[in-house]
Design a protein around this ligand. Structure first.
Ligand code: FES
Length: 481
């Protein structure tokens, strides 16, 4: 038996066999709960709520009745063969199952950024020889080992954030932490980061290396082992956002500071990488939009800096391995609009309204379109509020940077077409990729970065969009494509 000794078992416990291993399922638990507990995680996208259809298993013995979620996500043939969703399967007797979902831990390298523009070559005796830059995203963990004298990327490590089995967004992680899963969430990400570091260290001999980590506030709290409870309830206060220095795998490590519950070290790293606060008084403002799971934004220059986050959700990131990448979704929606298959209010024409529009090897449904519509309205309304509060006219904005996992590949014309960014700013928009990773690298490389970054954190004024007068109205006006 894999778990404990027989004396710990209750009568109501059920024996489950997965391959050669035997586990105990406690009363009321689903197979998904068991897999989470055993950290045999797989990448669900709904966190075990029966809404994504990803947690497939097959009963080889002791089959359970199909649930309503099974009937939605599985074909009659699959159900007949014993396939079920783990999160709705609650066996009442001994059973044997196999896991069907491959553990797609490896994620596409979506960490590209325009390093050439920023990288400074040449030895500097104050710089460490190498930096391991880490960006802990809600969806993706991206790491790079960079030689500071050449700017060359020596190794990359990019994985799905293993916490994703608890759900796709920060709210699901905060809920899991509040339910008492904090230690496991912490262990999952820590283990993955350490695995990345160990893999990268194989590339180095006796050279100096430092680690610099950025990530949103929830990721930072979970990584550092802080409770996230206060991030999930009003007044949404972080426990501690100051810079943290410690050792990981025996290497000096720094976690960059953050600004607020909603604007974390990842945005701080982005602002630093883009040198937004180095602008002089004469220089116009720049706008940074991070199209990650949370849609954070920053606008300003060295004199004034406003920051905010929107509830964009993971709409731009796709639902999983078979679904479209965010860039493709935006392109497809722009094309459907141009071809009249989608109207400005976001309705798919018949016959696609019911069954969705087939594209590549997947289908974009009315629900997907709605999710994108709400996400882009939230971003667009956020930009408008920031410009109003600053206040700034479009001509006073010098450049708009679109960052995030897929920011680098984003077609800014298409993004403007769907109304993600106001038309007036389209010409000034530039996709810059993962600026959080970029900022972490620069922070690790430059010994002077700490002072500069502390100053920009002090300068930043967080804006709570939901509390801004007229936000609702602007959001509703931004919904149409
Ligand atoms: S359906 Fe999403 S985890 Fe089971």
């Amino acid at each position: 038996m894999t778990e404990g000794t027989t004396s710990l078992y209750k009568e109501s416990d059920i024996q489950i066999r997965i391959g050669e291993d035997s586990f105990i399922l406690h009363k009321g638990e689903s197979i998904f709960d068991l897999l989470l507990r055993q950290e045999r995680i797989f990448l669900s996208f709904c966190g075990g709520k029966g809404k994504c259809g990803r947690c497939r298993i097959r009963f080889l013995q002791g089959i359970v009745y199909p649930s309503s979620a099974d009937r939605i996500f599985l074909t009659a043939e699959e159900i007949r063969r014993g396939v079920r969703l783990a999160c709705t399967a609650r066996p009442t007797g001994v059973c044997r199952i196999e896991l069907l979902l491959e553990e797609k831990k490896e994620s596409k390298i979506i960490s590209g950024y325009q390093l050439d523009e920023w990288k400074t070559k040449g030895e500097n005796e104050n710089w460490p020889k190498n930096v391991i830059a880490v960006d802990i995203g809600t969806t993706t963990l991206a790491m790079q080992l960079i030689d500071t004298s050449s700017g060359e990327i020596l190794a990359q490590f990019c994985r799905m954030n293993p916490q994703r089995s608890y759900g796709p967004d920060v709210i699901s992680r905060i809920e899991a932490d509040t339910r008492g899963e904090g230690e496991r969430l912490n262990r999952l990400i820590l283990r993955e980061v350490e695995a990345g570091i160990k893999e990268m260290l194989l590339q180095l001999q006796e050279q100096t290396v430092v680690i610099a980590i950025a990530g949103n506030t929830t990721m930072q709290h979970l990584f550092l082992g802080f409770s996230t409870r206060s991030l999930g309830e009003y007044p949404f206060q972080p426990l501690d956002l100051s810079k943290k220095e410690f050792e990981l795998c025996g290497i000096p490590t720094v976690f960059l500071p953050g600004i607020s519950a909603f604007v974390g070290a990842d945005i701080v790293a982005g602002i630093y990488a883009l040198r937004m606060c180095q602008a002089s008084k004469e220089k116009k403002a720049t706008l940074l939009i991070d199209l990650g799971t949370n849609g954070e934004m920053a606008i300003g220059n060295g004199d004034k800096l406003l920051v905010c986050a929107t509830a964009a959700g993971p709409a731009f990131e796709g639902r999983g391995a078979d679904s479209l990448e965010g860039t493709d979704r935006i392109k497809l929606i722009a094309t459907l609009l141009e071809e009249g298959i989608l109207d400005a209010s976001g309705l798919l024409a018949d016959p696609y309204f019911e069954k969705g529009y087939p594209y590549k090897n997947t289908v974009i449904t009315q629900e997907d379109v709605r999710a994108i519509q709400m996400a882009k309205a939230a971003i667009c309304a956020g930009i408008k509020i920031l410009m109003r509060e600053y206040p700034l006219r479009p001509d006073e904005i010098d450049q708009v940077y679109l960052a995030g996992g897929f920011g680098y590949y984003l077609d800014t014309q298409k993004a403007a077409r769907i109304g993600l960014i106001p038309d007036e700013l389209c010409e000034k928009s530039k996709a810059v990729g993962n600026t959080s990773l970029m900022g972490a690298y620069l922070y690790g490389r430059n010994p002077g970065a700490a002072t500069e970054v502390e100053a920009l954190v002090a300068l930043a004024e967080p804006i709570n969009l939901a509390e801004q007068p007229g936000f609702e109205q602007i959001y509703l006006e931004s919904l149409d494509f």
